[in-house]
Write a protein of this length. Structure first.
Ligand code: PLP
Length: 460
């Protein structure tokens, strides 16, 4: 295709003086393909049986949108489908319709949350949504937050701020503490922060997968004796394999007594804390210094959607404020790229805002509550003569036939996962306490009792 024909046949960018019929046609066609793919999920299942997607790469001359649409279709039909009711493997629920629209708007505006002048209304929106979450969690007026691309980055923002706040940036004795059930990304965070393996201590968990307080206390004593300086203790609100909640109230008292930053990784469970759903150990978490919440993991806000909330926004400002010499702004204006690690950031807050506005508190509670009910239903009907299981108060459950060793669990979970897949039910297969389990994440709104019964039948 020549330069001339590109400009004649295909518009490269939205036009500023004519109507944008070309873009409209592209969006319409894309919407049709996507909606058809959603509707086809029933036949295809959670994963395409045989993905024959051929990855094409850019060539010398561009391609027409007709060519691209056939490739787009092939790409889409080779994708994991979160909309299928048997998609129960991971924390990747179906996308909320209005959130899909939010992504389209964010892409179209192409604003940048780095600076106020590059995203005037959206910067205000992000601030307002973070303050709304803060208030819901019980933080006071000095609180605020920042969106980031995923829970790993939100947790990283928190720990970098905690270490800076403690004045331990250059101190090789600086350590942080998590439980052995905390998410594996904390190992990455340790690496990124220039810390060694010895700077991250993992506390034992009890039979319910919760941080063992006596082990935590002895760890703190040991650290004092060895001259190690703890800049943060991380409590997990919803562990990855069983959805357990660490004893946050206990941990917060320990943090207060020892002047240590309490970070709550609420990537899975944090969103439940803004509702009235009665869950033990989830209320009054406002004594934390920071909390990660990931609405992408259960509410269906499209990826990525994560926010870090801090009880004192000044801590983020003091940590990440480098100045932006190429951005002109009044001193009263806050450029939100100076509140976290990321520089340029997409307007992800739009889809979160739209999702929350659309659902309202009742809709949010309905989705979260129904996912817990589904887990309870599955748990109640699981054959406990045959299976052992672990589950906290949220929507995740992992299970395994009783009495298996690692090798047996490896084989059984591999075979069972495959057998379930051939019946269009997708579970995950985590390694947990040195044995493999099957895990069901019951946060898929499209999954009903019929599908859970089918799963139970296949397990019996
Ligand atoms: C408890 C917990 N924390 C953090 C993360 C990391 O979140 P992300 O994948 O959004 O970076 C996960 C991911 O599943 C998680 O389960």
């Amino acid at each position: 295709m020549t330069e001339d024909s590109i400009n004649k046949i295909e518009k490269l960018f939205p036009t500023y003086s004519e109507s944008n019929d070309n873009l409209l046609a592209l969006i319409n066609k894309t919407s049709q393909i996507i909606c058809k793919w959603f509707s086809d999920a029933e036949q295809i299942g959670p994963l395409p049986f045989d993905s024959n997607f051929k990855c094409s790469v850019p060539d010398e001359f561009g391609n027409s949108t007709d060519v691209l649409f056939s490739e787009i279709e092939s790409l889409i039909y080779g994708s994991f489908n979160p909309v299928h009711p048997g998609s129960l493997a991971h924390l990747d629920p179906p996308p909320l319709n209005i959130s899909i629209v939010g992504d389209l708007i964010a892409a179209s505006l192409n604003n940048n949350l780095l600076a106020h002048e590059l995203s005037p209304s959206i910067s205000l929106l992000e601030d307002a949504i973070c303050k709304w979450f803060s208030k819901k969690l019980g933080f006071n007026e000095s609180a605020g937050g920042i969106a980031a691309s995923g829970g790993t980055l939100s947790n990283l923002n928190a720990l970098v701020a905690a270490r800076n706040h403690a004045g331990l940036n250059a101190d090789q004795n600086a350590i942080f503490i998590i439980s052995e059930e905390a998410h594996s990304s904390f190992d990455k965070i340790c690496l990124i922060m220039g810390l060694g393996k010895n700077n991250l201590i993992k506390i034992k968990t009890d039979d319910n997968g919760c941080m063992d307080i006596s082990d935590l206390r002895s760890c703190i004593d040991r650290c004092h004796d060895e001259g190690k300086k703890i800049f943060s203790i991380v409590a997990t609100l919803g562990t990855t394999i069983q959805g357990s909640i660490d004893p946050i109230e206990h941990i917060s008292r320990i943090c207060k007594d020892n002047n240590i930053w309490l970070h709550i990784d609420g990537s899975i469970g944090g969103i439940f804390a803004i509702t009235k759903i009665p869950i033990k150990g989830i209320k009054n978490i406002n004594f934390a210094n920071s909390i990660t919440i990931n609405p992408q993991k259960i509410l269906g806000i499209t990826k990525t959607s994560s926010i870090l909330l801090v009880s004192d926004i000044n801590v983020l400002k003091n940590t990440f404020n480098t100045g932006l010499p190429y951005i002109s702004s009044k001193s009263s204006v806050l450029n939100r790229g100076e509140l976290g690690i990321q520089g340029s950031r997409p307007a992800e807050i739009i889809k979160l805002w739209l999702g929350l506005r659309f659902l309202g508190m009742q809709g949010i509670e309905h989705i979260l509550h129904s996912s817990i009910e589904k887990r309870k239903y599955f748990e109640k009907n699981l054959n406990i003569e045959k299976y052992e299981y672990c589950s906290g108060p949220l929507h995740i459950i992992s299970f395994l036939p009783k009495g298996m060793n690692k090798k047996e669990s490896d084989e059984w979970t591999l075979n069972k996962r495959m057998a379930l897949m051939s019946n269009n039910i997708m579970l995950s297969r985590p390694l947990f306490k040195n044995r493999f389990f099957l895990r069901a994440v019951l946060g898929n709104y499209n999954t009903s009792a019929i599908h859970i019964n089918e799963l139970l039948k296949l397990l019996d």
